[in-house]
Design a protein around this ligand. Structure first.
Ligand SMILES: Cc1cc2nc3c(=O)[nH]c(=O)nc-3n(C[C@H](O)[C@H](O)[C@H](O)COP(=O)(O)OP(=O)(O)OC[C@H]3O[C@@H](n4cnc5c(N)ncnc54)[C@H](O)[C@@H]3O)c2cc1C
Length: 268
């Protein structure tokens, strides 16, 4: 047995069968001026999302092409011709019996996903695949550090809402301005700090690293989840390990998007 397997706090990975689904848009609401909530409905049989930071792949077809589901082969989806644009989104809420899935889209401007979300209407369709896996971080840490920008609000919100009574959580979340702040209902012991860019472009400030640098950490073993622009996320992982002596096993630092680069998560 490996050393990690012996660690009762080690995050656990689950694999799920990859399925693609063609879902109907049944609801569109702006939860804040720049965050659009899209409720989808369809056959959710077999859908699994055990971790707060799971993602589905959403597919965006060229204008005029009716969305359709590709068959799954040994190497994933097999698209006849060019694959539609594919971007990662967090299952914010889902209900398998009711066949619903809720995704929250940041309306950041150009890009197939943001453009689709800006124009979406009930009756439209969205093809999604996954989640292909889940990472479950045990609720046995002394405290949790959650850091992210608005793209991480769905994942951070899920985590905050899912952690049990007694779990201590410090969340540092960067958004454009006060109108973009979201509030969460939780049993956890939550300290939530919002940081405002006030018009400066996303991915260009040091608000998050500065806030972490100024934070007094509570005692005990903690798990850090970081999700934001890739360069900032990487820098913050180094900040925690090099300057704050954080156990690298207990950090997940994800790049959710890359400044100046479209489709940053896909191989080019
Ligand atoms: C695991 C995971 C989960 C995610 N979950 C969510 C989620 O639930 N909700 C959500 O909104 N996003 C989420 N994201 C981020 C989202 O996938 C990216 O922002 C994605 O690039 C958006 O695609 P697009 O087609 O709009 O833009 P792209 O075509 O990818 O990019 C076009 C341009 O826009 C820039 N850009 C991309 N995103 C942003 C942004 N947020 N702010 C400013 N500029 C940006 C790029 O740098 C590029 O210059 C997640 C990412 C990952 C990896």
């Amino acid at each position: 047995m490996s050393e990690t397997a012996l660690d009762p706090r080690a995050p656990i990975r689950f694999r799920h069968e990859t399925r693609m689904r063609l879902l109907d848009v049944v609801g569109v609401t702006d939860i804040t001026p720049l965050m659009r909530r899209v409720t989808l409905q369809g056959d959710m049989t077999g859908f699994a999302s055990l971790g707060h930071a799971d993602h589905i792949k959403a597919f965006f077809f060229p204008r005029g092409v009716e969305p359709f589901v590709a068959p799954i082969g040994p190497n994933g989806a097999e698209w006849p011709g060019e694959r539609p644009a594919m971007r990662d989104y967090t299952p914010r809420y889902f209900n398998i019996e009711q066949g619903t899935l809720v995704l929250d889209f940041v309306l950041h401007g150009d890009g197939p996903a943001s453009t689709w979300a800006a124009g979406v209407r009930p009756g439209d369709k969205l093809v999604i695949g996954g989640p292909r896996g889940s990472l479950v971080v045990p609720a046995t840490f002394d405290w949790y550090l959650l850091v992210g920008d608005e793209t991480a609000l769905p994942a951070l919100g899920r985590r905050i809402e899912e952690l049990p009574a007694g779990a201590r959580v410090i969340a540092l979340i960067e958004v454009d301005n006060g109108a973009e702040e979201q509030r969460f209902t939780t049993h956890a012991d939550l300290t939530l700090h919002y940081l405002h860019r006030n018009g400066r472009p996303a991915g260009t400030t040091s608000l998050l690293p500065d806030a972490v640098a100024n934070l007094t950490f509570p005692p005990g073993e903690a798990y850090a989840y970081i999700a934001c622009e890739s360069g900032i996320s990487k820098a913050m992982r180094a900040q925690l390990t090099d300057q704050r002596n954080w156990n690298p096993e207990y950090i997940k630092a994800a790049g959710y998007w890359l400044l100046g680069t479209a489709d940053a998560n896909e191989p080019h």
